[in-house]
Design a protein around this ligand. Structure first.
Ligand code: TXA
Ligand code: MG
Length: 353
């Protein structure tokens, strides 16, 4: 992204509870989690707001801090695929093959829950979402948490994205701080999340596998492992709270437009301040100072997407125009998030997980 100087950074208050992630802060975080605390930590996708997945009081705090409805299930993060059978039952060969191929990494598997998984994690459903994150800080935290936990119990960290309900997911510790302030016991700062959008969610809880949320792991990559085409989510998916159409939106009204419309709007905006997220190939310099220019490389676009939306939103413009990216499979997850964000911009912002 070429950043023009007039785009201000997102404002962040003095970060009293934000610490650089190192052995000492990770050990402290693990003890806080053991004692029912709530800790935000980096993953390779976005930052998560973590709590002991077996501690109902700590789980309740997550929902309160996020202002998230109680029936929205949260993903349980595990140190390794070895813990699968402790959190899920009827783990199929398909589920194991996907875990083997993509864990640790940006893939969440939906499976039949094990009996000890609290309702607060599953939103009262029979299934549970499980993921082994790849980020070294997330891995170290899960290992440290396992070490300080009492023996003979499954170890997992329930962690939704560390944003207020209705905001885009945080990809830096500063985003977490800006959204959640002092409500979190500790924020481990591990730098900007590499992937930048949330994990791919695949339902392998029974029946044909289906993608519930596209992400960095593409449908094609999953189909290669399965050796068969995936169901389309619409044909199969249960309506999951938090996976609704309106999602991931900033406060400003957001419009997804084609390049010609963008250029027209910029030529005729007559003094109205508008934010623009344009593709690098377009580079419309007409609205100098109010634009973020992004590369036409899906992975880089995703990496920067939420930071760009936050920065544009901080301009307090009435409208943000987003140049529609390509429609090819590599852009599926990005187009999914943009579609949700733009729909949400018209209907209100109270529906993101
Ligand atoms: O990349 C990610 O997945 C990040 C990082 C922190 O791991 N987490 C994340 O969590 O995006 P959250 O809570 O913001 O989104 C989780 C999504 C929600 O849409 C939720 O409905 C879905 O996962 N989910 C969780 N458990 C589920 C279940 N049992 N069945 C269906 N969907 C589930
Ligand atoms: Mg979320």
């Amino acid at each position: 992204m070429i950043e023009t100087p007039a785009v201000p950074p997102v404002e962040t208050p003095a970060p009293t509870n934000v610490v650089a992630a190192d052995d000492e802060s990770i050990a402290r975080a693990a003890e806080l989690l053991r004692d029912g605390g709530v800790v935000a930590f980096p993953t390779e996708t976005v930052y998560g707001l973590g709590a002991d997945a077996l501690n109902e009081t700590a789980l309740a705090r997550i929902f309160r801090i996020k202002e998230r409805p109680l029936d929205h299930p949260v993903i349980v993060h595990l140190a390794g695929a070895g813990a699968l059978a402790e959190w899920a039952r009827d783990v199929s060969d398909t589920a194991r093959a996907l875990a083997e191929a993509f864990w640790p990494g940006p893939l969440t598997l939906i499976l039949q829950r094990a009996p000890e998984v609290p309702d607060a994690v599953t939103g009262g459903q029979d299934t549970v979402g499980l993921r082994v994150p790849e980020h070294p800080v997330a891995q170290a935290l899960l290992e440290a948490f396992g070490r300080v936990c009492p023996e003979h119990r499954p170890v997992g960290l329930a962690a939704p994205s560390a944003n207020k309900f209705g905001r885009v997911s945080p990809t830096t510790a500063a985003h977490v701080r800006a959204d959640l302030g002092d409500a979190v016991d500790l924020v481990l700062d591990g730098g900007a999340a590499e992937v930048g959008i949330e994990s791919t969610i695949v339902d392998v809880s029974g029946g044909e596998p289906a993608i519930l949320r596209p992400g960095a792991i593409s449908a094609e990559a999953i189909e290669r492992v399965l050796g068969a085409p995936l169901q389309s989510p619409d044909a199969h998916a249960p309506r999951v709270p938090g996976a609704r159409a309106t999602h991931y939106a900033p406060r400003a009204k957001l419009r997804l437009v084609r390049r010609v419309e963008l250029l027209e709007a910029l030529a005729s905006h007559k003094g109205h301040r508008i934010g623009v997220l344009a593709l690098e190939v377009t580079v419309p310099r007409l609205a100098a100072g109010l634009q973020r220019v992004v590369p036409v490389i899906a992975a880089r676009y995703a990496h920067e997407l939420y930071a760009n939306l936050r920065a544009l939103d901080a301009l307090n413009v009435g409208q943000i125009l987003i140049e529609a990216p390509p429609r090819s499979p590599a852009w599926a997850a990005i187009n999914d998030r943009l579609a949700r964000a733009t729909r949400s911009g018209e209907q209100g912002l109270d529906d993101a997980a």
